[in-house]
Design a protein around this ligand. Structure first.
Ligand SMILES: Nc1ncnc2c1ncn2[C@@H]1O[C@H](COP(=O)(O)OP(=O)(O)OP(=O)(O)O)[C@@H](O)[C@H]1O
Length: 249
């Protein structure tokens, strides 16, 4: 079901809890290698949509595929071909940095040799050689986030899903984290990221904004700012949340 240049496609994808439509007929696509921002206020339906796309939750109706696999029938294949990082589901505080990398790399099915090469490379790239034997709980949150991201991409997935990856850190640390996102995107990994930070929305190639289970804005930051006659993404977000009209292209 992978179509052309798109690595994620969703067509009228819907999730109902009882009579309540948490995700209501969303239609969008994500192109290979793109950094796609998935935005929306609390409760808009982002997590529910993301759970369906990562094979954790069965949709009610519609269609969607991720990395060529169907979200209704091929959830296990999807899980093998993606990386996932969230604030809530993270690394182990009582293992060292290196142990965490080895543990999660092992889960992703890397051989001993691959694990050794990639963990050495990762530690060097992140500039963490001197602290690789420290317990995770002893290092700052910004470092943990970088390690969590690197671990989520250690098996070179086609798509990595990031659920509010930079919560709770300062703008400079967030900017450094985004350097890693750009590197992954440059090497061909598609990045699907949720965030509450509008400066981060500016860094994405394209974004979608959800309101009450529907996609209410969809396009590049430049297109959306033009469409809503706004100077920045903050303004776009406020206008969309207030329900200003928008026609999805
Ligand atoms: N298992 C469930 N059963 C019933 N309702 C649910 C369930 N999961 C989510 N919801 C509801 O669906 C709506 C969307 O929730 P969701 O967690 O997807 O939003 P979100 O955009 O990810 O918000 P946040 O940014 O706070 O995580 C909310 O009203 C939520 O209460």
């Amino acid at each position: 079901m992978e179509t052309g240049n798109n690595i994620i496609t969703a067509n009228k994808l819907t999730k109902k809890f009882g009579d309540f439509k948490a995700v209501n007929e969303i239609t969008f696509d994500v192109k290979k290698g793109e950094i796609f921002g998935f935005l929306g206020a609390n409760g808009a339906g982002k997590s529910t949509a993301m759970k369906m796309l990562t094979g954790l939750l069965s949709p009610t109706s519609g269609e969607a595929s991720v990395a060529g696999y169907d979200v209704f029938t091929q959830q296990e294949e999807i899980k093998k071909n993606i990386g996932y990082m969230s604030q809530k589901f993270s690394l182990y505080d009582d293992l060292t940095l290196l142990e965490n990398i080895h543990f999660f790399g092992g889960i992703y099915g890397l051989s001993k040799e691959e694990l050794k090469d990639r963990s050495n490379d990762m530690i060097q790239r992140l500039g963490l050689s001197d602290v690789s034997h420290k317990l995770l709980k002893e290092v700052p949150l910004g470092w943990k986030q970088k390690i969590a991201f690197s671990v989520a991409t250690i098996h070179h997935p086609k798509v990595v899903f990031l659920d509010e990856p930079t919560g709770g850190v300062d703008p400079i640390t967030r900017r450094q984290f985004w350097e890693l996102i750009y590197e992954a995107s440059d090497s061909g990994t598609t990045v699907f990221v949720t965030t509450h930070y509008m400066d981060e929305a500016e860094y994405c190639n394209r974004i979608s904004m959800m309101v009450d289970g529907k996609i209410a804005g969809y396009g590049s930051p430049k297109e959306l700012k033009k469409e809503f006659n706004a100077d920045n993404m903050d303004e776009v977000f406020v206008k969309i949340a207030r329900g200003e009209n928008y026609t999805i292209k």
